[in-house]
Write a protein that binds this ligand. Sequence first.
Ligand SMILES: Cc1cc2nc3c(=O)[nH]c(=O)nc-3n(C[C@H](O)[C@H](O)[C@H](O)COP(=O)(O)OP(=O)(O)OC[C@H]3O[C@@H](n4cnc5c(N)ncnc54)[C@H](O)[C@@H]3O)c2cc1C
Length: 388
Amino acid sequence: MTQDSQHETYPEIREAVQKLCARFPGEYWRALDREMAYPTAFVDALTEAGYLSVLIPEEYGGSGLPLSAAAAVLEEVQRAGCNGGACHAQMYTMGTVLRHGSEAQKRRYLPGIAEGSLRLQAFGVTEPTSGTDTAALKTTARRDGEHYVVNGQKIWTSRAEHSDLMLLLARTTPPREGAKRTEGLSVLLVDMREALGRGLTIRPIRTMMNHATTEVFFDDLRVPAENLIGEEGKGFRYILSGMNAERLLIAAECVGDAKWFIAKAGAYARERRVFGRPIGQNQGIQFPIAKAYANMRAAELMVREGLRLYESGANPGPEANMAKMLAADASFEAANACIQTHGGFGFAEEYDVERKFRETRLYQVAPISTNLILSYLAEHVLGLPRSY
Ligand SMILES: Cc1cc2nc3c(=O)[nH]c(=O)nc-3n(C[C@H](O)[C@H](O)[C@H](O)COP(=O)(O)OP(=O)(O)OC[C@H]3O[C@@H](n4cnc5c(N)ncnc54)[C@H](O)[C@@H]3O)c2cc1C
């Protein structure tokens, strides 16, 4: 047992995920990356093994495990060089249905999601004009008899082409003077199988990494009113309530990425000989890797603290945000050290370093950018005036 593995939670899950991931080596991801293709076989394997439904309660067909089990799964996926970005959203978007959906909705959707016959991978919040300012979103859902009629546009709706359902945040009541801007937003569960071609259009966006992200257009799309989650007008609160879980899971992924980069850099530094000795003998090579390791461990502690508080029933906004920021920084620092250690080979596709480097860079921006985390801490933890 290594120093690292002694403190890790859920060793059996981790070992089983590592075995599964070994079936999807670098060649698999490289081929997909070239074509910008979705890792269907990998996502199917994770689904069949039950890993994407660890958070769904047993009564709805999942394994009913705590958030730290989901974090262990995603961390191992990244640590193995795979990419959980293809499917991680299912773990946290499902939570909105679980916490705020009616019993009928839970019975209708959760068992299918748990067994893999229904995919809830798409999360439509961000819009091109509103960006981080979610309350300024412009997509509307107007009640018309037994339906909502949806008009507007979302951007960066990842995995929309590989999902059956989308959790959509839209404005059901225009902003009222004097009321909070976050009021009047509602969450709808859109069945994209019925909606495509009937008011829903999806357009892929090519990005610097293979992420299956899209923009989505709504043109008089009719969504049954029974697909409203919770109460009309309270959607912002529902989305917000899932964000700490989302941040902690993304942070766990970043810790996994950092571990992959550190292991990869260490292995290369031991093996590559220049000037008649391993490059890892030079402190100029050792120190950046050692520093990245220390920062990864510190971030990992914050992730664990966030998970501990979350599982004790608290709503750990500061810890979830700090964990996400520190882990994203640690993964990118490790990525940078890894590429530098590899010299020119860091840029060659066959080493997978440049691919992982591109993939982990995302987490400085999404699902929440570093600046917004710092603003949150400044305002809500340190009591400084709101800056925006
Ligand atoms: C690959 C990818 C996948 C994504 N997947 C999804 C998804 O599935 N669903 C979804 O809803 N969204 C998704 N997103 C959107 C993502 O959450 C946003 O990109 C992110 O929240 C930032 O919003 P924005 O891009 O509109 O940036 P903007 O809000 O335009 O911000 C641009 C820059 O300005 C900074 N900034 C803005 N306001 C302030 C301020 N007040 N103080 C200091 N700095 C500020 C930001 O930090 C950022 O660096 C995804 C994005 C990407 C790139």
